[in-house]
Design a binder for this molecule. Structure first.
Ligand SMILES: Cc1cc2nc3c(=O)[nH]c(=O)nc-3n(C[C@H](O)[C@H](O)[C@H](O)COP(=O)(O)OP(=O)(O)OC[C@H]3O[C@@H](n4cnc5c(N)ncnc54)[C@H](O)[C@@H]3O)c2cc1C
Length: 576
């Protein structure tokens, strides 16, 4: 059952207390309570996802994620020196379902080599692609797109699950003219931009149709998929909203964590204590989780001491090792009115499209904004950049770049545009999440380290050149479709392009690594391969923070499989 007020909770003592009802937390809660003998409490800082239209209608997803909405944590980053000192709003979901309730809905798993690298880093083959693959299937329910179009040749059914909680589908509204040109480019430039039938097969390289966590025209999230009304009727599962956890350790209580201090967010004085007899599971995400660990005295001893926080466990890697993708957009005006601007810049069509969604869950509102296709691309094998830094990708079948192909622009001006947005998805740069004070409710200090490595900035510049190459295909130019670029990048020198990249890149909201997995006994890392926090009993982390390196993909699918396997690891420990 979902509770809004702690006074209504039947108990404050459970077998498992899960901190954060986000993407991962709800998976773990749902899986553990399959066993009726265990009791689980989920503590979520934000409100319910129920009735939040922007969290339901894919086209409106920006309305729930943007800074300033009541459904976002409204963080900002430190000035990012690699990105011209810009300070970015850093979006994180503040509602049941966490980021899965407000993200861009793109469903991308990453390369097999991403997971094989996790297995090698942790010494646990359970994280390898082959052993993780069944968890992708367990999480997924492949679903027909909202327009029921013929999807043959747009995906490979053999690599998809059919009965999991999260609905995944291809786009349910066609921007036909744009899509046709994308596919035509793969025919015209098959060496640089080959067509890939399914980017989620473990072999993502090439250009393929994007898949989304959408079913029947609506967002599918960990809240809708893993906390269905039926699951919430389980007597052994309680979810408390508006409960922001501050820390876990009471003075004098060391090496065995079993309490979580929580406060109603807007009344910080009303602290109460939830108790777990088996484990506390931190699923507060890659920012919330290290913040709670640090608040609890688990982290770098020197940094904790500087803030007057007594060290419970000196674990220097907590909050370090942030890896994140850097994106930069390239837009062109087009001689066509078949772009998303035909809806966003026309109130009548916008209202019609919204009415259609309300009526039948069809039309343009069934899709979000990432784009129609994505390309997963690499630097040339003989690129001189590999003299600057060794190849940071996990292998030759994994990408350095993502190129999002979007039938809309970012200029904010009237007109019709398309964008080929480029991202560096195998970054060398690392950042950190640290505390700003010993007030557990103060916002943490988020340094993404965006483009702080010279290699990343140089590589992204090469990526932009790839996008410029894509735009030279006859498919875009033979009939004058592609007009003027919003910024003439093709005319720039290499140095100018590099400066442009630094000045115009932003984060992908794919932060991981702040409670990274490492091999048992390693002198770095935060959790062992079984996701137990090193050196302390009764405490696990199950969320995106455990991924030691960001995969070459948007991160929700990887988070879901971490959570599915994490739940199994908990079950194994307790023979559930
Ligand atoms: C704007 C945006 C767009 C994105 N787009 C995509 C996309 O298109 N495709 C994709 O694959 N990925 C996308 N991502 C990334 C992806 O959604 C995340 O990597 C993933 O969902 C993270 O899951 P998580 O469980 O680690 O954290 P979250 O889902 O963030 O869950 C953490 C939960 O813990 C709660 N919490 C935090 N601190 C506390 C506390 N102290 N006490 C109690 N509760 C707390 C939060 O409110 C939240 O509900 C996007 C992310 C954002 C922000």
């Amino acid at each position: 059952k979902v509770y809004e007020d702690v006074a209504d909770l039947p108990s404050l003592h459970y077998d498992f207390v899960i901190v954060g009802g986000g993407t991962a937390g709800n998976v773990v809660a749902s899986r553990l309570t399959e066993n009726s003998s265990v009791s689980v409490l989920v503590l979520e800082a934000g409100p319910t996802n129920k009735g939040v239209l922007d969290a339901q209608v894919p086209f409106l997803s920006n309305g729930v994620s943007d800074t300033g909405t009541p459904y976002s944590w409204n963080y900002t980053t430190t000035p990012q020196t690699g990105a011209d000192g810009h300070v970015f709003d850093y979006l994180r979901g503040y509602l049941l379902g966490g980021c899965s309730s407000h993200n861009g809905l793109a469903y991308t798993r990453g390369a097999a080599e991403d997971f094989d690298r996790y297995a090698n880093l942790t010494g646990d083959q359970g994280w390898s692609w082959n052993q993780i693959f069944p968890y992708f299937l367990k999480n997924e329910q492949w679903t027909a797109p909202a327009d029921n179009h013929n999807t043959q040749g747009q995906f490979n059914p053999a690599v998809h699950g059919t009965s999991g909680p999260i609905e995944v589908s291809l786009s349910g509204f066609s921007w036909t003219e744009f899509e046709r040109r994308v596919i035509q480019t793969t025919n015209e430039f098959p060496n640089e931009f080959p067509f890939n039938l399914d980017m989620n097969s473990g072999q993502p390289l090439g250009i393929g149709w994007l898949q989304y966590t959408i079913g029947h025209g609506e967002r599918s999230s960990s809240a809708t998929g893993y906390l269905t009304p039926e699951i919430l009727r389980r007597p052994n599962l309680d979810v408390l909203l508006h409960a922001q956890v501050s820390d876990m350790v009471r003075p004098g209580l060391v090496r065995r964590i079993h309490t979580a201090h929580t406060a109603i967010r807007h009344a910080g004085t009303s602290l109460f204590i939830a108790r777990a007899s088996k484990e506390i599971i931190l699923s507060a995400g890659a920012i919330g989780t290290p913040q709670i660990l640090l608040n609890s005295g688990i982290g770098d001893h020197t940094a904790l001491a500087a803030l007057g926080i007594p060290t419970v466990l000196n674990l220097p890697s907590v909050g370090k090792n942030v890896s994140e993708h850097a994106y930069t957009g390239l837009s062109w005006a087009v001689n066509s009115n078949q772009t998303v601007e035909s809806i966003t810049q026309n109130a009548t069509r916008y209202n019609e499209a919204f009415a259609e969604w309300n009526r039948s869950h069809t039309g343009p509102f069934v899709d979000p904004s990432p784009g129609t296709h994505a390309g997963w691309l690499r630097l040339n094998a003989d690129s001189p950049l590999f003299n600057v830094h060794a190849d940071p990708s996990p292998g030759p079948d994994a990408p350095h770049f993502e190129m999002l192909l979007q039938p809309f622009g970012f200029a904010g001006t009237q007109g019709h545009f398309v964008s080929f947005t480029m991202a560096m998805v195998s970054p060398v740069s690392r950042g950190s999440v640290t505390l700003s004070s010993n007030d557990p409710f103060a916002a943490p200090v988020i340094d993404l380290g965006l483009l702080s490595s010279e290699f990343d900035a140089l590589a992204l510049t090469e990526g932009v050149k790839l996008a410029l190459k894509f735009a030279t295909a006859p498919a875009w130019n033979h009939d004058g479709y592609l007009g003027a670029p919003t910024v003439d990048l093709a005319a720039m020198s290499h140095a100018e392009l590099l400066a442009h990249v630094r000045a115009n890149s932003g984060p992908g909201y794919h932060i991981v690594g702040t409670a990274g997995m490492s091999a048992r006994g390693a002198q770095y890392g935060v959790v062992d391969p079984d996701l137990k926090v090193k050196g302390i009993a009764g405490l696990r982390v199950i969320d995106a923070s455990v991924l030691p390196i960001v995969p070459g993909a948007h991160t929700q699918a990887a988070t879901y499989v971490v959570a599915e396997r994490g739940a199994d690891l908990v079950k194994q420990t307790w023979a559930l």
